[in-house]
Design a protein around this ligand. Structure first.
Ligand SMILES: [Zn+2]
Length: 117
């Protein structure tokens, strides 16, 4: 088989939609972003045992930043959970940080279609 390398593909999603269906994988176990339930088994969990949301997206704190190990982490997770869409942790944190700041100010988040944010 031809050798494959990792590269990120850009796609538009609603952050609100991701917030309601995101599994975040930490060092030892995973947690539900929506209700912060801890200790989930990322390789088998289909929905949150606490709040009941179905997981559609997955991300990993270990794959944040530029750690060389992130390729191994992303590879391990995507091979076990091909049913979930892997999103970049840094992208997600950036978006949620921004929308939280704007919510606190009572305003609308900036239009992502506009350049120079
Ligand atoms: Zn939950």
């Amino acid at each position: 088989m031809e050798k494959k390398d990792w590269l990120r593909v850009w796609k538009q999603y609603s952050v609100e939609e991701i917030k309601k269906s995101l599994l975040i994988i930490g060092e030892l176990s995973a947690d539900c972003y929506a209700c912060k339930e801890l200790g989930l088994h990322y390789d088998s969990v289909k929905e949150c045992p606490n709040c009941g949301i179905p997981f559609r997206f997955v991300t990993s704190r270990q794959a944040a930043g530029n750690a060389p190990s992130r390729y191994r982490d992303v590879g391990r997770i995507t091979s076990r959970r091909g049913d979930l869409i892997f999103i970049d942790y840094d992208d997600f944190k950036k978006l949620t940080g921004k929308s939280q700041a704007y919510e606190l100010l009572g305003g609308e988040p900036p239009d992502p279609h506009q350049p120079n944010l």
